[in-house]
Design a protein around this ligand. Structure first.
Ligand code: FES
Length: 176
């Protein structure tokens, strides 16, 4: 790949300073395992919430892969986030069971409450909202998941309340 092409790919990523030491346990886990780049990137995203440019360069250097290859994988798969996310990531299920039980109205209420669209992050970096397919708990439809915790049988009002409660807890300093 040409230098210019690699630079162009680099522009896809957020150039934010992060603690690269947090990657060392991940890189140790996959040391010497060829074909482990996707797993390393998944775990990297678990650490930072997205794939920062500095981390990708570090992974390339430590694994002996070309940076362009790492950038290519990170941009190819939809599962990888290239932008920072909020402290709370709300996954809004839009699968069939949730859809027929009012997920659109719930989603509208959440986005209205936060003043963002799906895929967006609030200005205070508190919430990111993403639409996803089935979360695997259809009996609770409509469902959202916030940082891995499922909230089911939602109504637009109960969804708004969940967000308000989180904001209130944050204000009280009760959530770390
Ligand atoms: S369709 Fe929403 S959890 Fe399955």
């Amino acid at each position: 790949m040409c230098d210019g092409c690699e630079k162009k790919l680099e522009n896809s990523f957020e150039d934010k300073t992060v603690d690269l030491g947090m990657l060392d346990p991940i890189l140790d886990e996959f040391k010497g395992q060829t074909g482990s780049v996707i797993s390393i990137l998944q775990k990297t995203q678990d650490v930072y919430g997205f794939l920062p440019l500095d981390a990708l360069k570090y992974i390339a250097d430590k694994t002996g892969n070309k940076r362009a290859k790492i950038y290519g994988i990170a941009t190819f798969y939809a599962q990888f986030r290239l932008d920072p996310v909020g402290k709370y990531v709300i996954l809004q299920c839009q699968g069939t069971a949730c859809h027929v039980n009012g997920s659109k109205e719930v989603s509208y209420a959440i986005c209205d409450e936060l003043n963002i669209n799906p895929g967006g992050t609030t200005e205070d970096n508190m919430f990111t909202v993403e639409d996803v397919a089935c979360l695997g708990c259809c009996s609770l439809a409509p469902v959202i998941m916030i940082n891995g915790e499922a909230y089911g049988k939602l109504t637009p009002d109960s969804a708004r309340k969940i967000i308000k409660d989180i904001y209130n807890k944050e204000k009280e300093g009760a959530v770390s």
